[in-house]
Write a protein that binds this ligand. Structure first.
Ligand code: ATP
Ligand code: MG
Length: 400
């Protein structure tokens, strides 16, 4: 067993001691067999959710209706989900009702792909009812059961197929691929929040270019927010993409493919959070500045450590190799900056008011500070109170 499973074995033991079955399931089993880093360990059990809540001291009942309880153990979270079969997905969001069952078989059958329908007990023995291990070896994504039915039940699985392809470098079984094409128009009915999770993972995949081939050939993009209105945008993307991390980076990439589409449309239709909207704004401002001025202290300062990597990922997609600044270069500029944030400036609003006693308080203060900030960052003036005051005297604020 992977060490990551060892930490979770206590949870399995507790369930088994109380007469219930328990298995590791889904992504963690798949990734452990692939020797990939495991993101989270999920457990499936015959214990009903209220029992799970009673058995463990620290639980978060996130989705008791659907059988999921988060168990906190040794500082980590584990999703413990009762064996279940899903009802219909009439609202295309969640199954209307789920039925809890007593055996793992039915629980594995409801899962999307054979490689995701593997279970493992605490000794490391694998349950593989649908030849998932074969498919892992052959690097194939194949639905559990008939694709048409499984995709009609939940069309998010179509997007998940291309995201696993992008993450794992796996091919999609030809029959599954045909069925994806047939059901693809139904993805317009999905909750955008669910779609975004998969699309973000898709663009983050190491094998994004294989994924892109499938995104194109299935014509799935024609049914995604915004792209539904501008399907030609797919042909503007670079032929070779590099992985992105955050959804805001995906928006920024697409923005530069077709700047005529209002950015508002992207962030609204994809239901971006305020944080993401802010990231999008900052990254676009940085890239626009880079286009005009190239890499300088001011750009690196404005990027701040939070956006440096996103910026590099984006320019890597937007420019040819010789024009892409190296991370080491950006970092060395960052480390050489005289100041890293506004409050390190050795002059403040009070100084300015004292320098210009006849001026009424107003936006000029903020504006002047911003100018001084830029001068300091560009090393045009030293960050010393007296020198900054002198600079301001020679460059007095305008009349506004
Ligand atoms: P990741 O490493 O990205 O978390 P994962 O395989 O764990 O990959 P999750 O979205 O966390 O993916 O889902 C956990 C498991 O639940 C999957 O492996 C799969 O067995 C099942 N599953 C998730 N979503 C669906 C779905 N829409 N339809 C059927 N089964 C699903
Ligand atoms: Mg997971």
């Amino acid at each position: 067993l992977d060490t990551i499973f060892n930490e979770a074995v206590d949870i399995m033991d507790k369930l088994e001691e109380n007469g219930y079955q328990a298995y590791f399931v889904g992504g963690c089993v798949r990734d452990s067999l692939l020797k990939r880093p495991i993101s989270d360990v999920d457990i499936a059990t015959s214990a009903p959710p209220d029992k799970v809540q009673q058995l463990f001291p620290a639980v978060i009942p996130v989705g008791v209706m659907h059988g999921t309880v988060i168990v906190r153990h040794l500082g980590k979270s584990y999703e413990v989900t009762t064996f279940r079969v899903d009802g219909k997905y009439t609202d295309k969001r969640h199954p209307d009702e789920v039925e809890f069952i007593q055996t793992i078989d039915g629980d594995l059958k409801r899962r999307d792909f054979t490689i995701n329908a593997l279970a493992m007990n605490r000794e490391g023995r694998i349950i593989d009812l649908f030849n998932g291990i074969d498919d892992l070896h052959q690097k194939v994504i194949r639905t559990v059961g008939k694709g048409i039915e499984r995709f009609r039940e939940d069309s998010l699985r179509i997007i998940r197929a291309i995201r696993f392809s992008s993450q794992l470098g796996f091919f999609i079984d030809p029959a599954t691929l045909d069925d994806m094409k047939v059901v693809a128009p139904e993805i317009t009915q999905l909750a955008v929040e669910r779609v975004r999770v998969e699309i973000t993972k898709f663009f983050g995949g190491r094998h994004i270019n294989l994924g892109m081939d499938y995104l194109r050939s299935t014509e799935l993009y024609k049914h995604l927010p915004v792209m539904i209105n501008y399907p030609y945008i797919i042909n503007k993307l670079p032929l070779k993409l590099f992985p992105l991390k955050d959804f805001s980076e995906v928006v920024v990439l697409f923005h530069y493919m077709e700047p005529a589409i209002p950015i508002k449309e992207w962030v609204t239709d994809w239901k971006c959070s305020n944080k993401e909207k802010w990231n999008v704004k900052e990254l676009i401002a940085s890239i626009d500045y880079f286009n005009k001025n190239g890499l300088d202290n001011w750009l690196v300062y404005c990027l701040s450590s939070a956006h440096i990597d996103a910026f590099i990922r984006l320019v890597t997609n937007l420019y040819s190799a010789e024009n892409i600044p190296k991370r080491s270069k950006v970092m060395s500029i960052y480390n050489s900056l005289t100041i890293h944030q506004r409050d390190e400036l050795k002059i403040n609003g009070h100084d300015l008011i004292a320098l210009f006693p006849s001026k009424k308080k107003g936006p000029w203060i903020h504006k002047t500070l911003k100018m001084v900030e830029k001068q300091v960052v560009l090393n045009h003036v030293a960050n010393k109170n007296n020198e900054l005051k002198d600079w301001v005297k020679w460059n007095p604020p305008g009349t506004n």
